[in-house]
Design a protein around this ligand. Structure first.
Ligand code: FAD
Length: 483
């Protein structure tokens, strides 16, 4: 089987790239599980954009400030300049953002944005609506429940992928491959991500010598309800704080102002660190108070959060909800240029959360990731269509590597703990070195290839964190332990 393009991943990035590839191209979209199992499906708050031309400089400024000097300014400008067109394209194709009774789009504000510039859909179900919409517009065949376990690369050129389909491996060939496989959530004990987002392609890139960058930049979300039995925890969107939710200790004190003048509206790394520090110092439980919301407004504006919390047993918005930070978003990823190309491997591209365009630098501004995924997916599809491909096809043997062993699951859980305890919100050199040793020990054991992907990615995160002595953005390394 040979395709023009294989897209690995059916989140917003993969689907929006597919939307820009004409139906006469032979395209195959591969995804690991059921189509809704992706981070896109869970995005709540919304999508940021520069509301008009005048807002571009301010959106860029906010993004660069959050990124703390590590953004690629050209990438940020590209994202912001293309944001209005991207949103208009979605609307023209029939996507419906929330609007008022007169049809005016409802913009909201989230932490560290200097104005209201976030659009949302279904109240707090932006990702689900957008993902469903893009699926409904998709013209290309999809292969679900198939996991990419190898990239067919020879002499610096990509020829396709190996997939694991119903426990059997087989090769699928293509002129070009776009990786859109999302982040790394399952590496952490507490996270907000879809369970199948487990760093397969990042680990594969390490095995293939493909460069990952900014891997120390892992973002933690401050307001997550973690007392559930599954590793994927319930996110309570930033938009809640943007619209009046407050964070308090057991006594009802809004302690965030001890840490930052913006209180609840400080960026999420500052809020996460403050919660971590305060609860450690005082032993107090931390709560999200929703009491500033009027009951009916809350129910309509945040219908899913309302329902989820009511189902758990919280009488919201009256009753406050205990919260903790949890892993949320992989800022770093596969190094790409602004057209999604992966350097040094011809016809290989990466987009969305798996990619590093350096749009987010050292810290991602809320709601910029759906936007990044869409903008660079389109640019990648356009680049790919313009690229003349002149290659002679070669056959690759299907690898017979062992994918998983019986006790890999236990080791996966060990890794999650290692990452949560020593490679999360507050890091120390000692903790990072300890994590590195533990990961190396696990790598030396007899393990399947799928676990190896996780361990190799985790190792990259730790090595990158060890290489950065100073705290910046989401990477916070505690000074007194720097020895
Ligand atoms: C709870 C939550 C709330 C969020 N809220 C917002 C928000 O309000 N605004 C915002 O901008 N961002 C938000 N984000 C972040 C944003 O949703 C993601 O960054 C974005 O959706 C990622 O899109 P993607 O297409 O790159 O990846 P995903 O949507 O994660 O899709 C990845 C795809 O890759 C597939 N895949 C993975 N591995 C393999 C493999 N080995 N083989 C084959 N397929 C594979 C998966 O099956 C999936 O189809 C949120 C994230 C979460 C988790």
């Amino acid at each position: 089987m040979k395709y023009d393009v294989i897209i690995v991943g059916a989140g917003v990035a993969g689907l929006y790239a597919a939307l820009h590839l004409p139906s006469d191209k032979k395209v195959l979209i591969i995804n690991k599980r059921e189509t809704f199992k992706c981070n896109s499906f869970y995005a709540q708050g919304g999508i940021a954009l520069a509301v008009d031309d005048d807002d571009i400089s301010s959106h860029v400024k906010d993004t660069l400030e959050a990124g703390a000097g590590l953004c690629n300014e050209e990438a940020v400008l590209t994202m912001s300049e293309n944001s209005r067109d991207t949103i208009d394209d979605l609307i023209k194709r029939g996507f419906i953002f929330d609007s008022d009774d007169d049809g005016n789009l409802l913009y909201t504000k989230e932490a560290a944005h200097s104005r209201e510039r976030i659009l949302h859909a279904g109240g707090d179900a932006t990702g689900r609506y957008m993902h469903h919409f893009l699926l409904s517009k998709n013209l290309h065949p999809m292969l679900g429940n198939a996991r990419v376990v190898d990239l067919l690369i020879k002499d610096g050129e990509c020829y396709g992928v190996t997939i694991l389909d119903h426990r059997e491996s087989r090769n699928i060939y293509a002129n070009s491959v776009i990786i859109a496989s999302g982040g790394v959530g399952s590496l952490y004990e507490y996270h907000t991500n879809a369970p199948c987002i487990s760093a397969d392609l990042q680990g594969l890139c390490v095995l293939k010598g493909i460069k990952l960058e900014n891997m120390e930049m892992m973002q933690f979300h401050p307001t997550v309800y973690v007392n559930t039995q599954y590793a994927q925890k319930l996110l309570l969107t930033e938009a809640l704080r943007g619209e009046g939710a407050t964070i308090e200790d057991e006594e009802g004190r809004r302690f965030l102002f001890d840490y930052d003048d913006r209180g609840e509206l400080a960026s999420r790394d500052i809020v996460s660190k403050a919660i971590y520090d305060y609860s450690k110092k005082t032993g107090s439980k931390i709560y999200l108070s929703l009491k500033n919301f009027e009951y009916h407004y809350f129910m309509q504006r945040f219908p899913n959060i309302f329902k989820n919390l009511q189902d758990i047993g919280f009488n919201v918005p009256t009753q406050r909800v205990p919260i903790s930070p949890a892993f949320h978003y992989a800022i770093g990823g596969i190094k790409t240029d602004l057209n999604g190309s992966v350097p040094n491997v011809k016809n290989l591209y990466a987009i969305g959360e798996v990619a590093s365009t350096k749009v987010h630098g050292a810290n991602r501004l809320a709601s910029n990731s759906l936007l990044e995924g869409l903008v660079f997916a389109k640019k990648t599809a356009q680049k790919l269509l313009k690229t003349k491909i002149n290659k002679k096809f070669i056959e690759f043997d299907v690898s017979d590597e062992v994918m998983s062993l019986k006790d890999d699951k236990e080791k996966k859980n060990q890794l999650r703990k290692i990452m949560w305890e020593n490679v999360s919100i507050v890091r120390t050199k000692r903790g990072l070195n300890k994590a590195l040793n533990q990961i190396n020990v696990l790598l030396e054991r007899k393990i399947g290839k799928l676990l190896k992907f996780r361990l190799l990615t985790a190792k990259e995160i730790v090595i990158a964190a060890l290489a950065r002595d100073k705290s910046i953005g989401v990477h916070y390394i505690k000074k007194e332990d720097n020895n």
